[in-house]
Design a protein around this ligand. Structure first.
Ligand SMILES: Cc1cc2nc3c(=O)[nH]c(=O)nc-3n(C[C@H](O)[C@H](O)[C@H](O)COP(=O)(O)OP(=O)(O)OC[C@H]3O[C@@H](n4cnc5c(N)ncnc54)[C@H](O)[C@@H]3O)c2cc1C
Length: 303
C-alpha cells in the first residue's frame, strides 16, 4: 500500500503538522512519498521521495498550479491514497485533486479501522466509518488525530515543474481577529469546559487564572453556551495555545480541543472522571469536583 503525503508551507515555513501525515502513513502501514510546494530552505526530514516545487516560483498557494503539481506526483507514484491535512490548504486543494482523479474523497479522517476510515458527522456528535471504493482515494486528516512522526533523514528530492498560471495570486495572509485576547502568548491558560455546569462556575475558573497570573480559555460547548467569548476557545476551530502551564477544568479531552493545546508545557486536568481522555495528555490528573477543588486551590495559592 502506498500513500502520497501532501505537506504544506505557510509564510515560508514548513507547517509542523505535516509530520502528522507521516504518523498516518505509519498507522496505515503504508509506504510513503511526499509532495511539497515550499521553501527549499525548509524541507521536511523524511526517509523517502520528496516531489518538490519552489513556492517562490509557483506561489505558496495557487489552486490550479498546485493541483497540477500534486497530480504530477500522483502520476509518478500511483499511490493508493493521496493524503492532505484538514487545513485551509487541504480543504481547498483535496477536492480539486479528487475531482481531477475521479477518486473518492474522505474528509477529516480521525481514525483507521479494518476496511475503512473513521470520520465525524453531525457536527461531531456521531462518528461514522467510510470505505472508499475507488482504486485511489483522497483523504484529509483531522488535526491531532495521528501522532507526529519523529523526523527522519534527508529525502530524495525530485523536482516538479508546471506551467505557471497568472489567473490567481496569493496576496497576503491575514491573522485572525483575536480582539483584546491573545491566548497564543499566554504563559498560563486555565480553561473552562462543559463540566463547569453553569455560567456562574466560570468565575471559579477565572479566579484560578487570576491567582496564577494567566488567561481564561474555554472548550467549545462553553463558548457555544455564550458563557465565554469565542476568542477564548481553544482547539481546531479556536486558538492554538502553547503556555508553560495549561489547566483543563471539566474538559473531557476531545481531539478537537487537544489539537489546540498539545503545545502546552505542563498540563493539569481537573475532572470527576478518572478515565476521561484528557488523562492521556495530562501530566497531572486531579480527580475531583471542580466546584469544590478550584476554590480550595485558589485559597491555598493566595495564602
Ligand atoms: C468540526 C469540529 C470542530 C470543533 N472544534 C472544537 C474546538 O476548537 N475546541 C473545542 O473545545 N471543541 C471543539 N469541538 C467540540 C469537541 O468535539 C468536543 O465536543 C468538546 O471539546 C467537548 O467539550 P468539553 O470537554 O468541555 O465537554 P464534554 O466532552 O462534555 O466534557 C465535560 C467533562 O467535564 C467533566 N466534569 C463534569 N462535571 C465535572 C465537575 N463537577 N468537575 C470536574 N469535571 C467535571 C466530565 O467528566 C467530562 O469529562 C469541535 C467539534 C467539531 C465537530
Amino acid at each position: 500500500m502506498k500513500a502520497l503525503l501532501v505537506a504544506e508551507c505557510r509564510q515560508g515555513r514548513l507547517v509542523a503538522d505535516s509530520a502528522e501525515l507521516q504518523g498516518f502513513a505509519r498507522a496505515l502501514g503504508a509506504g510513503a512519498s511526499m509532495v511539497l510546494v515550499g521553501n527549499p530552505g525548509e524541507l521536511p526530514r523524511f526517509d523517502g521521495r520528496l516531489y518538490f516545487a519552489d513556492a517562490r516560483e509557483y506561489g505558496e498557494y495557487n489552486p490550479d498550479v498546485h493541483k497540477r503539481l500534486v497530480l504530477q506526483a500522483v502520476e509518478a507514484e500511483r499511490p493508493d491514497y493521496v493524503v492532505f491535512l484538514h487545513s485551509s490548504y487541504g480543504w481547498d486543494l483535496a477536492p480539486r485533486v479528487a475531482v481531477a482523479m475521479r477518486s473518492a474523497q474522505v474528509s477529516e479522517v480521525g481514525g483507521i479501522v479494518a476496511g475503512g476510515f473513521v470520520t465525524g458527522c453531525c457536527n461531531g456528535k456521531m462518528r461514522r466509518t467510510v470505505r472508499p471504493l475507488t482504486p485511489c482515494a483522497v483523504l484529509t486528516l483531522q488535526p491531532g488525530a495521528f501522532p507526529a512522526e519523529p523526523s527522519g533523514g534527508e529525502p530524495e528530492i525530485l523536482r516538479l515543474e508546471a506551467v505557471k498560471d497568472a489567473s490567481v495570486e496569493l496576496l497576503r495572509y491575514e491573522p485572525p481577529s483575536v480582539g483584546g485576547i491573545d491566548l497564543s502568548r499566554a504563559e498560563v491558560v486555565v480553561s473552562a469546559g462543559r463540566g463547569v455546569g453553569r455560567r456562574e462556575h466560570v468565575e471559579l475558573v477565572r479566579a484560578l487564572a487570576d491567582a496564577l497570573g494567566g488567561e481564561v480559555g474555554a472548550s467549545r460547548p462553553v463558548v457555544d453556551a455564550g458563557w465565554l467569548e469565542h476568542e477564548r476557545q481553544v482547539g481546531t476551530t479556536g486558538q492554538a495555545v502553547s503556555p508553560a502551564l495549561y489547566v483543563a477544568c471539566g474538559i473531557s479531552g476531545a481531539i478537537q480541543h487537544v489539537a489546540g493545546m498539545k503545545g502546552a508545557g505542563f498540563v493539569v486536568a481537573v475532572n470527576t472522571d478518572r478515565d476521561a481522555p484528557i488523562g492521556e495528555v495530562a501530566d497531572l490528573l486531579v480527580v475531583a469536583d471542580l466546584v469544590r477543588f478550584l476554590p480550595a486551590l485558589v485559597a491555598k495559592l493566595q495564602a
